[in-house]
Write a protein of this length. Sequence first.
Length: 280
Amino acid sequence: MFTAPAERIDHDRMVRAHTAAARELNVAASGSSVWGWQECTLGRRADRYWLRLLCSPLEKAGGHLWEGAATAQAALPPSVPRPALHHVLDWTSGEHAYQAELTEYVHTKPLEIGSPVLSRDVHLPDAWWGDLKKALADTSSTPTSRVAVRQGWVDKSFARFLGIPPVQITATQTGHGDLHWANITGPPLALLDWEGWGRMPVGFDVGLLHAYSLTCPATARRIRQEFHQMLNSPEGRVGELVAVGQILQVVHCGGHPELAAPLKLHAETLTGAPVPEAEG
């Protein structure tokens, strides 16, 4: 689960920064606090908007993730359902850099709260699945120089996390890059948090979503049914392996413990090789 910082000093620092951003942007934050991955994001409803704060050590600020929301707003077609970005505010304080994003408030809740891993099967209408397929297809053809998944990660990580030699990424498309249930609403469908979008292997996004659904077999089966042509293609198999490998890396570091057993089984089914044990 995504939780507030364990250290009170970090919790209070993030809350103060979020309050400062709201004051600067002339909005009043009143909704419940929603913390993100590794305690580095904090979001709250603010009037008719959503105000999300991103924090990073000063030396790691900028670049791919910090430019994601603005570049997605500019590049993606209107047919991709997502909250409109209204303002981005950047500043530094002490040893930290901050970025605040003021976006349209989406009234439909994400299908999972506080974790990317699905905790119960979702029963969504056929039209919603059709909308998801169209959104991913429209995203896939968006031109961009952003790269979300690199061959270098595959080369250094496949043997460690999947127990197989590296594969070669030969087919890429533009994708969301962090497609999980806390970033998806519905119905109606909206795709949230676009900071990691860019070019990636075909099948990577769908492979992520499927892997995060392994705790709920009926939903996992539905994903494979809806995207069978992609996942069963040679290119899609590469993308799915990369997605599974990246989540296994998180599991090796102690994240998503509820996903460890089903993800290990799924990886071994895909590769025919045992998943290496986590290093002590």
